[in-house]
Design a protein. Structure first.
Length: 202
């Protein structure tokens, strides 16, 4: 009498499906982006409230002679243009088009650096002082915080580039590239809030 095996009999061609990995990177990026957005919205709200209180008290605030509109407009346009190349990057990675992915990544980083340089020029050209006025402290605080956020987004893209160099199949990095693109989009939207609250309404 032969022993009966208790293991299920599967056809030899049947393969066990691998469990799908949770999108931890994308979810973590969503939480980080939401936290950053909430921080800057709160900063913009505090700036608007402080500005309104100062104007009601008859105190002087910003004007066109202190902050010109050209630099912030250029920075906003640069970040808006970079979103096209971010989408190009995601599109290329999903189709395993490594050369176009590299081009899109490099152009995205260049545009991010250009926007950051414009913000630095804006602060240097304003002549505001952190020690002498509350408005200077708020402008430098909000602008400096955004520079840190933009730098984080650029470093995220650098990580994507490093992973692309070491990956055999770029399509395996679709989640990472999508998460980096989402963080870049949130960064650009945050600047649009700063652009209106800080540089347009002043």
């Amino acid at each position: 009498m032969s022993d009966l095996s208790l293991e299920p009999m599967l056809p030899p061609t049947t393969a066990t499906a691998e469990p799908k990995r949770a999108r931890l990177v994308l979810v973590a990026t969503c939480f980080a982006g939401a936290a950053a957005a909430m921080f800057f919205v709160a900063m913009a709200a505090y700036y608007a409230r402080t500005r309104a209180a100062a104007l009601d008290a008859g105190e002087a605030w910003l004007d066109d002679s202190i902050i010109r509109l050209q630099p912030p407009n250029i920075a906003l346009g640069t970040l808006a243009l970079s979103l096209v190349f971010v989408y190009w990057l995601i599109y290329s990675v999903r189709r395993a088009d490594r050369p176009n992915a590299y081009v899109a990544l490099i152009v995205t980083l260049v545009l991010g650096g250009a926007a950051m340089n414009t913000i630095f020029f804006l602060l240097a050209d304003s002549g505001l002082s952190v020690k002498d006025s509350l408005v200077g402290l708020l402008v430098y605080g909000i602008s400096g915080s955004f520079i840190a956020l933009l730098l984080a987004a650029m470093l995220y893209m650098v990580v994507v580039g490093i992973r692309l160099l070491g990956s055999d199949d770029p399509r395996q990095l679709t989640e990472l590239v999508t998460a980096a693109g989402l963080f870049w989009l949130i960064t650009s939207l945050v600047y649009s809030v700063i652009w209106y609250a800080l540089y347009i309404t002043k």
